[in-house]
Design a binder for this molecule. Structure first.
Ligand SMILES: Cc1cc2nc3c(=O)[nH]c(=O)nc-3n(C[C@H](O)[C@H](O)[C@H](O)COP(=O)(O)OP(=O)(O)OC[C@H]3O[C@@H](n4cnc5c(N)ncnc54)[C@H](O)[C@@H]3O)c2cc1C
Length: 405
């Protein structure tokens, strides 16, 4: 019999729903728009217990992985780099493995811009999977599809958040040589309802044609929301101006179970982990980072093979693992709940305007506002590149590296 977890535990991976042979479970959404399994047909249950056995929270059995080395790097193809969130490593890997005949699965947008996992066949364009989408992805029937393909001796590269990869592995119930998994460093996943609300209220009456939540129009670090509409107009606002990205950066609509994430730190669940190397210039001041740099962590020999296979298409170097662990606490510990989270969701349910919600709950401090204003001016006047070393020096005097985080 299915034993539901509370909202502080269930990560919404959908493995229990997908595995039930009698379709006794279905996905429903709560008032915040997060997906949870619900029992729809108890009478049909045959007590196989598969639903409980595939749950990555109940069976948090992470296979110990060898974590020896970590790297940082980026794709040498500028086109891919610009279409990706950080160093474009996923783009390089996906293309390389497509050439080897792999089916690639990852998060993309549906026609109405909901976030969903989909498969891309070896001869299809894989670009729709590139770049981060900040709303929880519906894995739909991709676990079953992965199993079907693997059983037909086809190869699959599945990419997702660590909880999704853990769920996939439990769902499959056996290991397959033809499967490669990639997970992301993740601080938490966001409410699909809030994403929907942003698109349909803040951009009311407009029909998006393409969306990037991590546009590098300004730079990698000053990423932007970039939306092209079907009427030919374009919206670009940086993470400090766009209300969705501002609220996102304050963690206002993160899934409750992320505060209790079981997949932080090491060992990791996948063959290879990717993340943003935000601190790159603090460790390596001379690395050119405007277009993005990724952290690359091969978690086992398969992960190391992936890196070897793409060596000629990337620039990369080793990073001191101890320093990496010290630098970014998000790798190791779940995020904290924003005290305004509840009030934010009440605002969404009352359909308060998104810009008002951002003003109320994601206001930057006076000093940050002034800093952003000056930076924007320098950027627009073309002085930014020359002023950058002086800027970083001032930043380090006001807030020394050792005291940050
Ligand atoms: C919700 C979320 C939170 C993240 N949090 C952090 C963080 O705190 N620190 C950090 O260093 N990095 C984080 N990342 C990862 C980071 O944004 C980049 O994805 C990563 O650095 C890889 O970049 P890339 O340029 O190699 O590839 P990209 O092209 O940017 O990555 C593409 C991959 O991301 C997957 N993806 C995109 N959106 C989703 C989604 N909603 N759910 C599941 N998979 C998705 C795609 O399937 C694809 O495989 C997060 C990503 C997401 C989606």
């Amino acid at each position: 019999m299915f034993e539901p977890l509370g909202d502080k535990e269930c990560c919404g991976c959908q493995a229990c729903v997908e595995v039930c042979p009698k379709k006794c479970l279905q996905i429903g959404t709560d008032e915040e728009g997060f997906a949870y399994p619900i029992i729809v047909d108890e009478k049909n249950c045959i007590q196989c217990n598969l639903c409980n056995r595939v749950c990555p929270i109940k069976k948090n059995k992470i296979i110990p992985q060898l974590f020896r080395k970590a790297y940082y790097g980026y794709s040498t193809d500028e086109g891919d780099l610009l279409k990706s969130s950080s160093g474009g490593l996923f783009a390089v890997i996906a293309k390389e493995y497509q050439k080897k005949g792999y089916y690639i699965c990852g998060a993309t947008y549906t026609n109405d811009f909901k976030v969903q996992h989909q498969f891309v066949a070896p001869d299809e364009n894989v670009e729709k999977i590139f770049s981060s989408k900040y709303a929880q992805s519906d894995v739909a029937n991709t676990f079953a599809e992965t199993k079907r393909l693997l059983n037909q001796h086809k190869n699959v590269l599945y990419s997702g958040l660590p909880c999704q990869i853990a769920a996939l592995k439990l769902y499959l119930q056996s290991t397959y040589d033809g499967l490669i998994t990639i997970d992301l460093l993740c601080y938490g996943v966001q409410s699909p309802k809030v994403w929907d609300y942003y698109l349909n209220s803040y951009h009311k009456g407009k029909q998006p044609k393409s969306i990037s939540m991590r546009s590098k129009h300004y730079s990698w670090k000053r990423y932007a929301m970039e939306i092209e509409f079907s009427d030919g107009t374009k919206y670009i606002k940086s993470k400090n101006s766009d209300p969705y990205l501002r609220c996102y950066s304050k963690g206002l609509f993160v899934r409750p179970s992320c505060y209790n994430c079981h997949f932080k730190g090491f060992p990791r669940v996948s063959d290879l982990t990717l993340g943003d190397f935000w601190e790159v210039n603090e460790l390596y001041p001379n690395i050119q980072s405007d277009k993005g740099v990724s952290i690359i962590i091969p978690n086992n020999e398969r992960g190391e093979d992936i890196l070897k296979n793409i060596e000629s298409s990337i620039w990369y170097d080793e990073i001191d693992v101890k320093r990496l662990k010290e630098m970014n606490i998000q790798y190791l510990k779940p995020c904290n709940e924003n005290p305004n989270r509840r009030a934010f969701f009440v605002g969404v349910s009352k359909q308060e305007r998104f810009e008002i919600l951002a003003k109320k709950y994601a206001q930057n401090s006076r000093i940050k506002q002034v800093t952003y204003g000056v930076k924007k001016f320098l950027y627009r006047s073309g002085l930014w590149e020359n002023m950058k070393p002086f800027w970083n020096l001032c930043k380090n005097i006001v807030s020394p590296k050792s005291k940050r985080r």
